[in-house]
Design a protein around this ligand. Sequence first.
Ligand code: BES
Ligand code: MN
Ligand code: ZN
Length: 489
Amino acid sequence: MALRLSIRRAEPHSVDVPLLAVALPKNTKLPAALDALDASLGHALGRTLARRDFRGARDESLHLAGGDKGAQRILLVGLGDGTDSAGALRRAAAIAGRQARKLGVGSLAFWSENSSDSAIEVAAAGLITGAWEYSDLKALPPEDERKPSLEEAIILTGDSKGAEDALARGAAIGEGIALARRLAMMPGNLCTPDFLAYTARDIAKRYGMKITVLGREEMEKEKMGSFLCVAQGTPQDPKLIAMEYRKGSGKPVVLVGKGLCFDSGGISIKPAQGMEMMKFDMCGAAAVLGAMQAIAQLELPVNVVGLVGSTTNMPSGTAFKPGDVVRSHLGKHIEIINTDAEGRLVLADVLSYARKFSPAAVVDAATLTGACVIALGHTAIGVFGNDDSVIQEVLAAGQRSGEPGWPLPLWDDYKELIKSDVADLKNSGGRAAGSISAALFLKEFVDYPWVHLDIAGTAYSETDLGFIPKGPTGIPVGLFIEFIRGRAG
Ligand code: BES
Ligand code: MN
Ligand code: ZN
């Protein structure tokens, strides 16, 4: 069930809730605003800080028992040294939401010293993402072991005219991220290209967007030989989804997502170890859908088109194979070296298709290369592009959303890597500079300002990150939203 968010103009000592989360910066003394709370706890809070049992480091948390009145439990959450205050607050709120969910309380209140509208917005988004879980496929525990499920989060704040609007904005962002995570977490037999199209139609219907979905037949008419060769080995109908949100003037920004609902590698099959992770190969597509929903919910005054290229990459008697040459939508011929380099083949035709929207700029997100994980790990998104100012704009959006990217070069020198003996290009440039050669491949299919995000290392986590459970992160929904907001002025 969706988390109900609200604002309450109340002092932290006076709220009667099962859990009160209190966000505190590093090495802080007790803020005056918490004196009454401290008194109601017999000064346990002050003593805890004085003893330095809790230091307020980023991601640090400590549970305390509540007093006779007010909150039944207290959770202290650290904000760190506050160099990035919005990011720290979002993260602390996510930890609070997650702890509340784990504890099994029906509601929580959240307090931080900062009660600005932007603080309320990020706290709201953080609480929703923190409370997120995917439990559809698990039975409930037996009745006598069942705990209340988290239904409500209350942000405690002072007086502010914009507070309700800020809360609604944070909720829109949080729900966009939650949608992306949910789609990503769904197994490949449930989250199919069909299901992504169904989800996109549902969003389009709810927000009055135009939507076009091309299947195999329509893509054959469009001569999308690059996309279709990937879909050749699967009986499932591939989908090219185009959603148009038009609430502004001028050329649209186009967001593009790689939507491989499962990537087995095809004939160049992947090793069995960890192959189940390749259900996450549609995280770019999930982020486009999550961002489109949030952008519409935020009613941003802009034109945005969301494109998703979705299929599965499977070995079969009909599958494409190494050595094949295909003709792309743009007309360039591509020699297949490795059928596991399928994402760029799908994106090549989607990026070429994007030309029909006369884009002001295109940003694509794709779990494109294992090499990106080697280069940047699980911390930074790999950022590439053909326009320095749009690259800077995207990097800034990633800073604001707490989804940082780092630029890598697309020098012509690297083009050698994707030269083919028989065709215009080959689809694999080998191991060296693997993320760069993949991005250079995509660059061959664009004629507009374009930025490519390689999210192979950041879209999902194989370990629990504390503020995000093991599984999909929702990246880069926040970056997409911030980028579009930046354009909305
Ligand atoms: N989906 C994978 C990339 C990937 C790897 C994402 C690990 C997340 C984690 C992509 O389709 C792929 O298989 N890329 C190949 C390209 C190679 C064959 C040139 C790779 O990175 O190994
Ligand atoms: Mn692959
Ligand atoms: Zn892939």
